[in-house]
Design a protein around this ligand. Sequence first.
Ligand code: HEC
Ligand code: HEC
Ligand code: HEC
Ligand code: HEC
Length: 113
Amino acid sequence: MNRYFSTCLVLVLVCVVILCVGSYIKAQEATAPDSVTVPGGSFGKVTFNHKLHAESAGCKECHHMGEVTQKCNSCHTAEAAKPSKDAFHANCIECHKAKEKGPTGCMDCHKKE
Ligand code: HEC
Ligand code: HEC
Ligand code: HEC
Ligand code: HEC
């Protein structure tokens, strides 16, 4: 009897955890923007279809640390071991080269207004 009760309790707890994680992921998906623009410095802004990318690659492919809402440049500062430019170029261009899809030329990504 005792054993039966604790098995039920564990099952209920497992369900609660699954529900929590599920709604947490949903909440993050809901906030994922369709399009993202990053400043890009002297070469000009970089805009990409965030939704398309989020569907074809996992969030962790790019948001590899912590929360998705955390700006890449909050860690990848000019002083970081991987400064912003290197981090973005490694992330974006390496995948485009590997997949032989997506822009690799400087001005295919950077747009001056
Ligand atoms: C190809 C890389 C890539 C993928 C895949 C990706 N993101 Fe992003 N996402 C970015 C970049 C880059 C930014 C802009 C970050 C910055 O400004 O520092 C961003 C911004 C965001 C933002 C913040 C928008 C804002 O206005 O500040 C959210 C929320 C987000 N992504 C959620 C997600 C979720 C959820 C997924 C997975 C379903 C995902 N992203 C997949 C690259 C990606
Ligand atoms: C919470 C801090 C943090 C955030 C936010 C963050 N990174 Fe990183 N990133 C790191 C650390 C730490 C490393 C590894 C150490 C280093 O080289 O600086 C790293 C390494 C990388 C690398 C190195 C790959 C390699 O081995 O050459 C890439 C690419 C990268 N980050 C891209 C991004 C992108 C794109 C975003 C935003 C979507 C992002 N990071 C957000 C902390 C962060
Ligand atoms: C995990 C692989 C991967 C990563 C990481 C990635 N891309 Fe892409 N990207 C692709 C693929 C694949 C396509 C082609 C999609 C298609 O045409 O169906 C693409 C297409 C694009 C395009 C053209 C379509 C559009 O979105 O407007 C742009 C611009 C682009 N990528 C920018 C970026 C930027 C900027 C980053 C880094 C923040 C990035 N990509 C990171 C795989 C990736
Ligand atoms: C796949 C898209 C893509 C391609 C191709 C690309 N870049 Fe970038 N580049 C970015 C992104 C995204 C950033 C980060 C923007 C940010 O942090 O605001 C960046 C950042 C930079 C920065 C740093 C801006 C700053 O002030 O911190 C420079 C300079 C730059 N790129 C030059 C180039 C040159 C030169 C080439 C060609 C050899 C090139 N980029 C190709 C996407 C791209």
